[in-house]
Design a protein around this ligand. Structure first.
Ligand code: ADA
Length: 602
């Protein structure tokens, strides 16, 4: 059976402040240049080096991490896999002096097969692990670090690390799709079914018959609501896909998932051979149906408004390596404010965030980190490939989560140019081919009526900062109404009518700065602006929701905009970086409460 051992905890780190090592160096060369690991400083992985020592805050380059580990006992036929939750950006690992692999991408999970690199557990020898992480700016094919961004480029291993013994054969993954059918405006489904695709990794091949069994069980109970079994003949080497259709016997009694009622089920998948059970895995499942009908969202056959926000993964003490408990706590703070969805923000999030969304009831929008890309960036031949592999990794890990409502292809990129159109057409086509209609797909745009990619999207997104970066607050209303008008125009330039969502709007506020005349940077100014925007949106039935920018104040490193980012923070949070509320939080909580009560909540 599958066995996991955490490699979180005390590691040692050494920062290559003088760029003594080069990307092209192998293990032997590196170890002649860097000091022995025993002399390095201790750290607790997951971590980001920027918060470990004051003079590392603005270090963007190469750092090394090392530790020893033991492989948990198991069968000789098992594969040994080293798993990283995430490391920003390029990560290479060596086990006992031999290369395990490299990965590009700062926010997605990855794994290296190290079966042939580890010592035989019976030898009693410990294994040496060396990891190099490089977060340098400016590589044209690094998303988002091909340009300056408005959050922090933390370096390090910021996700959990673990070692896993994977049996052979094993369950490599599963895609679980639920479908519900409703009659008229009935709140309970008349039909419920699941399509499950299971990937079996047969390693070198499996001569036995394999039996795959699926059981769907209500979380926290023993009620089995659906089962299915399929046997295979002998399997060739590599991965084979098995499809199972599972009908839910009593759809009318099904406990549906929604933000207000996040009922979960567990889809348990087991794999047996003649010798007995070899592998078992489980995925959280929620039965819910998300649809757009004209300019409205529906969840489980009821009108739904996205009462949302945007959140960066950031904490003053840990940077990007936010502890799981803080994620959970942040989501509770959102729930208190009647928030039912958030974007997170410009990149794939840690698994703990998605688990908590499933459990607490929050829809989640997960984004490929293409931020404000311009034509000059699209010119790099590696960029689209980097975006596609980010999507593939994000989708493979997260698509089964009931909380995922939409995938976002990019944020505020040039979607008003021919090059932008080409890039987004390719990315949308890629994402839709893999997702197969399971989720909504969007790009988050600030191009307003100039956007040339809205027809590709499932809903219209508008980022707008009138009243903060320039113009009067009221001007935003004009943009929203104009886009609606263009959308309803007979020539259908933007595709069929779809909901409009205000995906970013906000103002900076320094917590504690109160001002009777609503001066800029005061809590009062920010609260007033958010109140105005949300109230105007609530008046328009074609607006499907609002996502405030943003949840909490977030560290930035913006040498180009020092005046706009006091304290080196983006201060547009409704709460500050220590999670202390500003006036805006209360305003949003109250308005979202009214909006939700007015429309009812699924
Ligand atoms: C943009 C961008 C955000 C943030 C925001 C701001 O809209 O999408 O990441 O930078 O502006 O605070 O100015």
């Amino acid at each position: 059976m599958r066995v996991q051992a955490s490699l979180d905890g005390t590691w040692r780190y050494w920062i290559d402040r003088d760029s003594a090592t080069k990307e092209t160096m192998g293990f032997d060369e590196i170890t002649t240049v860097i000091p022995p690991a025993a002399s390095w400083k201790p750290c607790h992985v997951p971590c980001c080096w920027n918060v470990l020592e004051p003079d590392l805050m603005r270090f963007f380059g190469t750092g090394f991490f090392a530790r020893t580990f033991a492989v948990p006992p198991g069968k000789g036929s098992d594969r040994i896999v080293l798993r990283f939750g995430a490391a920003n950006y390029r990560c290479s690992a060596w086990v006992n002096g031999r290369e395990a692999g490299s990965h590009d991408g700062g926010y997605t999970s990855f794994a290296f097969d190290i079966t042939t690199l580890v010592h035989d557990p019976s030898s009693g020898r410990t294994n040496e692990l060396l990891v190099r992480v490089d977060n340098a700016w400016g590589h044209g094919d690094r998303l988002p670090w091909c340009r300056l961004v408005d959050w922090f480029n933390y370096g390090g291993i910021h996700g959990h690390v673990l070692i896993e013994r994977v049996p052979s054969p094993s369950i490599a993954g599963a895609t679980i799709r639920t479908d519900l059918g409703f009659e008229g405006d009935a709140p309970s489904p008349s039909r419920a079914s699941m399509d499950i695709h299971v990937d079996i990794d047969a390693g070198q091949g499996c001569k036995d018959t394999c039996t795959v069994t699926v059981q769907v069980v209500k979380r926290g109970g023993s009620e089995v609501i659906a089962t299915a079994t399929r046997a295979t003949g002998p399997l060739p080497a590599g991965t084979t896909g098995i499809d199972l259709q599972v009908a839910v016997v009593d759809p009318a009694r099904l406990d549906l998932w929604s933000p207000d009622h996040p009922a979960l089920h567990d889809t348990r998948i087991t794999l047996e051979t003649a010798g007995g059970m070899v592998d078992a895995r489980s995925w959280a499942t929620g039965f819910r149906k998300v649809e757009t009908r004209g300019t409205a969202f529906y969840v489980n056959n009821r009108r739904f408004f996205m009462l949302g926000t945007n959140r960066h993964v950031d904490h003053p003490d840990t940077g990007l390596a936010v502890p799981d408990a803080i994620h959970f706590h942040d989501l509770l703070i959102m729930k208190e404010a009647n928030i039912n969805c958030f974007r997170g923000s410009h990149y794939p999030n840690p698994a703990a965030v998605l688990d908590a969304c499933d459990e607490l009831g929050l829809f989640f929008i997960e984004e490929i980190p293409g931020w404000q890309l311009q034509d000059v960036h699209y010119a790099d031949p590696g960029l689209l490939g980097a975006a596609k592999s980010c999507f593939d990794e994000m989708h493979a890990r997260d698509a089964n989560h009931p909380c995922i409502i939409a995938w976002s292809m990019s944020n505020e990129c040039a979607t008003d140019t021919a090059k932008g159109r080409k890039y987004h057409e390719a990315l949308y086509a890629h994402a839709r081919a893999i997702d197969k209609g399971q989720h909504l797909v969007i790009h988050v745009s600030n191009r307003k009526a100039m956007d040339r990619c809205y027809d590709l999207a499932d809903f219209i997104t508008i980022n707008t900062y009138e009243g903060w970066y320039g113009g009067g607050m009221g001007e935003f209303v004009h943009h929203v109404d104009l886009i609606h008008e263009i959308m309803m125009d007979e020539d259908r330039e933007l595709g069929e009518p779809k909901p409009i969502v205000l995906t970013e709007f906000g103002a900076g506020a320094i917590r504690g700065y109160r001002s009777r005349d609503k001066a800029r940077w005061s809590e009062d100014f920010q609260a007033g602006l958010l109140r105005f925007y949300i109230t105007e949106c609530m008046k328009r039935d074609f607006v499907g929701g609002t996502w405030t920018w943003m949840f909490c104040d977030t560290r930035v490193d913006l040498p180009t905009r020092p005046d706009g980012r006091p304290r080196s923070y983006n201060n547009k949070g409704m709460i500050d970086e220590h999670r202390i509320e500003k006036l805006a939080y209360m305003v949003v909580r109250d308005l979202y409460g009214v909006w939700k009560a007015r429309e009812g909540a699924p």
